[in-house]
Design a protein. Structure first.
Length: 132
């Protein structure tokens, strides 16, 4: 099921609909609005007892279950080198396209416990960080 929201009320409505349709989990896309409303989304996921994952680490900090995605700090550092090259005269179109090379798995242990989930040992071993 695809759910779309652009207001807090729509977030609430979509989570209620997911519960009604017996959705088993939610994937929260990386989006400016969803980042801004991470707390609301995490609260709705917990209220409706839906495990959830996002690409954004901030979602886990706001109470979401887990995130897996590119390391944001590393990406900003790499972007800064591009800015430096462009300011020194390089043409943006001539610079190679780069993809992230480091990904981080972050798990919110408190949220897992609240959902009644036991995270298997393999993901726990791979997690770059556990938030309590």
């Amino acid at each position: 099921m695809l759910a779309e929201a652009s207001t807090v009320q729509e977030i609430e409505r979509e989570f209620a609909m997911m519960t009604k349709r017996r959705v088993n989990a939610a994937i929260i896309l990386a989006d400016g609005f969803f980042l801004q409303e991470s707390r609301s989304i995490a609260a709705q996921a917990l209220k409706h007892r839906l495990p959830s994952i996002s690409q954004l680490r901030e979602y886990v900090e706001a109470g979401g279950l887990m995130s897996y995605g590119p390391n944001s700090v590393d990406n900003f550092r790499r972007a800064a080198t591009y800015v430096d090259k462009i300011l020194k005269g390089a043409k943006a179109g001539d610079l190679p396209f780069e993809q992230p090379t480091r990904y981080s798995l972050v798990i919110n242990h408190k949220t897992a416990k609240a959902l009644g989930l036991t995270i298997p040992q393999a993901p726990l071993n791979q997690a770059g960080e556990m938030i309590e």
